[in-house]
Design a protein around this ligand. Structure first.
Ligand code: 5RP
Length: 219
């Protein structure tokens, strides 16, 4: 199976977690896009969605699926999103698509976070994928210096502006043995908006697509 076929398989499986008549939180990226396309097939059975990026919002609206502002919904029972890496504790690196801040907000609000990923995202220790950090533009150099002190090699994502008007530093060569601690340390650097470690709020369910089908992993 191709990587796209694996992504489609997990996206389809995630539909099982959608709750009738409720709001669905929707992530960002190619796997989330497949999920949006499957969601369109059952759009009459949900109240609507909240979107983690302008790109996902546009795709949802192109299917005539209602998209609400997060501030006007009471609850988000389920959030479905992809990941760049997932470890055995269901801690994640996210933000390859630069939508990490809105993704983290919706994940935090959500009662259940369903992560959908192909098997290439499954790792023992996080950090092979460069860790995205969203930064207020004027703090770029300061934050980069602080990230070097933490042992990383930050690289400015040239020409990229987040939906929130900020920049991204992709931090290479981090061996992330203690994801919860590192997430907190990076968040404490002044000028950081958020970082792509989803460890304090990890996934509740990981749907992992491999050659033998979709594996459902929970803790
Ligand atoms: C976007 C993300 C994505 O979930 C992550 O990059 C995975 O993307 P894809 O599904 O295209 O492999 O965090 O900010």
């Amino acid at each position: 199976m191709t990587q796209d076929e694996l992504k489609k398989a997990v996206a389809k499986k995630a539909i099982d977690y959608v709750i009738e008549g409720e709001i669905v939180g929707v992530g960002t990226g190619s796997t989330a896009n497949f999920f949006i396309d499957y969601l369109a097939e059952i759009k009459g059975r949900i109240e609507g969605t909240v979107a983690s990026s302008e790109a996902s919002k546009e795709r949802l609206q192109s299917h005539s699926i209602p998209v609400y502002d997060l501030n006007v919904v009471d609850r988000v029972p389920v959030y479905v999103d992809g990941a760049d890496e997932a470890d055995p504790n269901l801690c994640l690196i996210k933000g390859g698509g630069g939508a990490l801040t809105r993704e983290k907000i919706i994940a935090d609000v959500a009662e259940k976070f369903i992560c959908i990923a192909d098997a290439s995202k499954n790792v023992k220790v996080l950090g092979q994928f460069p860790l995205p950090v969203e930064v207020v533009p004027m703090a770029r150099s300061h934050v980069a210096r602080e990230l070097v002190k933490l042992g990383g090699d930050p690289v400015y994502r040239d020409g990229f502006v987040t939906d929130n008007g900020n920049i991204i530093l992709d931090v290479h060569n981090m061996q992330i043995a203690k994801p919860v601690e590192l997430e907190e340390k990076i968040n404490n650097i002044v000028g950081v908006v958020t970082n792509g470690l989803f460890a304090r709020r990890s996934a509740d369910v990981l749907l992992l697509g491999g050659e033998n089908g979709v594996e459902t992993i929970t803790l």
